[in-house]
Write a protein that binds this ligand. Sequence first.
Ligand code: ADP
Ligand code: ASP
Ligand code: MG
Length: 816
Amino acid sequence: MKILKFGGTSVANAQNIILVEKIIKKESLKDRIVVIVSALHGVTDQLIKGAESASAKDETYLQIIKALEEKHINLVKELIPVLAQSSWLSFVKKHFNDIEDICNGIFVLGELTDKIKDRITSYGEFLSSSIIAARLQHEELDCLWMNSAELIKTDSNFTNAKVDFAISENNLKIYLNEHQNTVIIGPGFVASDQKNSPTTLGRGGSDYTASIIAAAIDAKELQIWTDVSGMMTADPRLATNAKPIAEISYHEAMELSHFGAKVLYPPSIQPVMIRNIDLFIKNTFAPEAPGTLISHHPEVSENEKQQVAVGVSNMSHIALLTLEGSGMVGIPGISAKLFHCLSQEKINVILITQGSSEHSITIAIHEKDIFQAENAINSAFADDINMKRVYAVKIETGLSIVALVGENMKSRSGVSARMFSCLGNNGINIRAIAQGSSERNISIVITEKDSKKAVNVLHEEFFESEIKQIHLYICGTGNVGSKLIQQIYDQNAYLQENFSINLRIAGISNSRNMLFSDQGISYENYLSWNDQSTKASVQDFAGEIVSRNLRNSVFVDVTASPEVPKVYQSLLERSINIVACNKIAASSDFEVYKALKNTARNHNCSFYFETNVGAGLPVIGTISDLIKSGDKINSIQAVLSGTLNFVFNHYDGSRTFSEVVAQAQKEGYTEPDPRLDLSGTDVARKILILAREAGYPLEFKDIENIGFLPEECMQGDVNDFYEKLTQYEDHFKNLFNNAEQEGKILKYTAEFKEGKAKVGLQHVAPDSDLYHLYGKDNIVIFKTMRYSEQPLVVKGAGAGAEVTASGVFADIIRSI
Ligand code: ADP
Ligand code: ASP
Ligand code: MG
């Protein structure tokens, strides 16, 4: 015989029940079967809600019951042939009258006991199994309805009753021996105590009913039919990349379900495990899918043998209780007393940790139990608290447990190190850790709002060696931003194929709007993103990024705005990497620069700004490599403004200075306000950043700036500026002529030497390294302890949206 159990979604409505019927018909051709069903999806919840409303003197219970009645009436109308309907309609009505009578009683008394709760919830499975049995009988199947609730006997611990296996197994054996129908169908979840009052086996308990029956008759196999294609590597609602596990051991399945894999009610494994009965998890909506086989000796592929874990699970609404005090050290019996008092209260302890100092003991329980637990512990330890041997129990709520499970963890070292480092890199703070001595499971307690992220981070680390998902938030869609976005879309397939990285543009924002998509904004949506976006400030954008809390996140600042760097600190504190071509942060007060770098280090994330100097040229990275390897920067000589280089290379008096500057702006080489370039401010910022990266704590005001732009040009807006440039044409012509007369050219240079930095216009002779510099090129000449005779030179295009975007792109890849 085989046992088949169908869950709430599988029997949610007539359409689904017809799928169930097909499966039953197919299976019953091969063997006799017992079918156990849950209540229709959501019915148990609604019955409880109705009863609770009644006990709270809230009359909405009447509407709840009405809606449930209608649901069952409709089911009868859709499943049972018209001629046979009336008796079934009366059957449903009669039972809902009973439910209403009980609830009226609850309403009058204003009290709901667990015993009554079980009586009410038992109707869910009772009705579903009866209606489905009737349908199968009308479909000409040799089918009998069995009241499994009468056969499975329990104690009177209502809502979570303990099964008396000896009696129940005997009852089931006799019944199934006496009734030889091909299909026997009955309710899950419900049982009865010695006085024949209905009891229930705990939420999700229909799985358990099926397993108890399978064990009682030593069935060939147990099939749990649900709405997913097997036990998966993680809850598919949290991790979209979760995959079904083909085969898994009973012990592993038990750990996964105990720590939250809802697909199987944890106690259901034990009965079939003892009898070595194969347990299959199958999908009602994809019956051909292989599903999962749970057994003693799962067959795993060579590939799976390499995997340390089989799954990651998650359990929410957890609280931590900590009992602490110097009086706990070396005194036997403290933990015994603690656990005794919790067991007296029937409080389920999910996880325990104790430091080797024995100074404190921490346990995780369900949040719903905290008040009861707190009172029980504080009264059990009242004397110890009075004597100050221990403190009153400390409680933390709003937590989740995430567990990594797998038999293979026993034989591997470094699993926890891998686990903690990937969580740490994503800013997930671990409140408590426990590892069972079986080494089959490492569990961590974290804040609830990080749980989805943690499941995904671990899933990616342990199950998705193929592809790492990176979430990019791009702030700025101007010149550089739009080029960068285009490069990302163009390059992503290559990165996936060759580097196993998938870049998702998970958010885009400019100074007015923002758009998000956790799965990545498609190229088509990007092209029309402004139409779909919402109004936003950079604070809104950052706030939304933090609240979405996705793993491997990078915030990319491709603006020149002073507003955007204001959000860096808060993002870094959440371990969100920052890549900026905006130089305002790195060139602001030294304290701010330092604090950002420290925050990034303390939160295991990156703050990269390579493109602040020399666009895509490897300048900052070069300094960083030199310093890390023990070198010391003695001097830097550089031409750092692509704009100024472009301007002075193109200005020979044949066109006005103003025209040449306008051309540079048009071709995208200038800052949005070209005065930042021409005044030397931009160059001063760059040499400041280089000096800081070289280890010198300079401030902007320490940089000597020998300007060439008349003071008047700095007033007004950008249009006034061009106007003023034209008026001052003679001044610029003179600068050019003076240099030319010496056989030299004009270069705006930056220099750092002996701890001091300066920028300014110079006449450069043909024998200088700075002379042969064309177009918008930059050059940086480092003299260091190791490069003392021949300098280290970095040279190439130092401006332009395309190269800057590619420098930002490189920083993004480096940051993750
Ligand atoms: P049923 O009503 O059929 O008993 P449940 O809702 O109790 O179904 O369990 C199935 C659900 O369990 C799935 O829809 C899925 O969202 C959830 N689930 C959580 N963890 C896992 C996991 N590791 N594998 C499969 N499903 C899981
Ligand atoms: N109907 C019960 C519940 O919702 C039992 C089950 O579905 O397994 O908890
Ligand atoms: Mg279930």
